[in-house]
Design a binder for this molecule. Sequence first.
Ligand code: HEC
Ligand code: HEC
Ligand code: HEC
Ligand code: HEC
Ligand code: HEC
Length: 218
Amino acid sequence: MAQIFQPGATTYARMALVSLALGPFALVIFAYLLMGSPYITGQHETVDQVPPFSHEHHVRQLGIGCAMCHSQVEKTAFAGMPATQTCMSCHSQIWTNAAMLAPVRESLGQNKPLSWHRVNNLPDYVYFNHSVHVNNGVGCSSCHGDVTAMPLIRKAAPMTMGWCLDCHKAPEKQLRPADAIYDFHWKPPSDQEEKGRALVATHGIDKSRLLDCSLCHR
Ligand code: HEC
Ligand code: HEC
Ligand code: HEC
Ligand code: HEC
Ligand code: HEC
């Protein structure tokens, strides 16, 4: 009788029983981990674009500032996207016949804006505002990473609610001086907390309202 099950098989049977018992919990934990994982949030992913526009090339190598193409970022909620004319200010002279730029020429000819695929895209029920962040000491790289090193834009942060709230709970850890907003290599200095608290004060940031549900869900 005792020989029907090999000792090894008993162990497996026990493990199977234990995992049956823990199953529902394991599933919940797994689902929770998955929710915040890059697999679900799309963090680190790039999105193909037509034409394959390179920030690394245009910003780092050619030295074009963000504001030339995203001119609303300091003024409105939306950062703004470049008009086809902005591309053509150079590409009517440089690489005028390149096949890669055919979509840009078509867009101009047909008077239809280029259509770019979104990389960072919050659900409609979330309100976000660029100018408020940029004018209060939050630099582009805190949310977008080092865009100047990206041939294709990568989603640098998870952009989940928990991620937004991490900074909203303690913005002093990440605020920087106004002249560093476009510094893509900025790192918090050793006395960041002190400097950050001073910035919270100068900007008159009311931390108590930063966790209100209605701030982002209006
Ligand atoms: C010559 C024009 C140009 C310049 C200069 C430029 N961008 Fe862009 N940017 C674009 C275009 C076109 C797109 C849409 C295609 C893409 O996602 O790559 C874009 C997309 C982006 C996106 C992703 C938008 C999304 O879908 O989530 C971010 C973030 C961004 N730019 C940040 C920057 C920053 C930061 C700078 C300055 C370092 C900068 N850009 C400079 C043209 C430009
Ligand atoms: C300030 C001038 C300037 C502006 C504005 C500009 N480009 Fe370019 N672009 C260049 C130059 C210079 C090159 C590189 C040509 C070379 O490598 O010889 C280039 C190259 C390209 C290439 C080829 C791939 C690559 O990165 O080498 C694409 C595609 C392109 N640009 C798309 C765009 C689009 C789309 C816009 C508008 C959103 C735009 N460019 C705005 C100057 C500009
Ligand atoms: C506090 C985080 C944060 C900062 C700082 C930030 N962005 Fe964004 N950016 C976002 C989010 C979130 C989105 C997606 C918005 C949406 O889906 O409604 C976005 C989208 C964009 C887009 C696409 C167009 C748009 O407005 O939806 C561009 C371009 C962009 N950002 C450029 C910039 C530049 C340039 C800077 C610095 C001057 C910057 N961002 C600073 C979080 C940030
Ligand atoms: C790195 C820090 C940081 C991150 C990340 C961040 N925020 Fe903020 N946010 C701030 C600060 C600081 C303020 C306060 C500005 C003020 O009070 O003047 C603010 C203010 C806001 C406001 C108030 C706007 C207004 O009209 O007063 C909204 C809405 C907001 N954030 C949404 C978001 C969302 C959504 C995300 C995530 C996608 C996010 N923030 C990520 C730092 C951050
Ligand atoms: C700083 C901005 C911000 C604040 C404050 C905020 N949320 Fe959110 N919330 C978000 C973002 C961003 C998402 C989208 C998350 C995603 O797409 O992964 C979200 C998503 C949600 C969702 C959808 C389910 C989920 O978890 O993805 C619910 C429900 C929600 N929020 C409730 C609340 C409640 C309740 C509060 C107040 C206690 C609150 N939020 C405060 C930014 C915020």
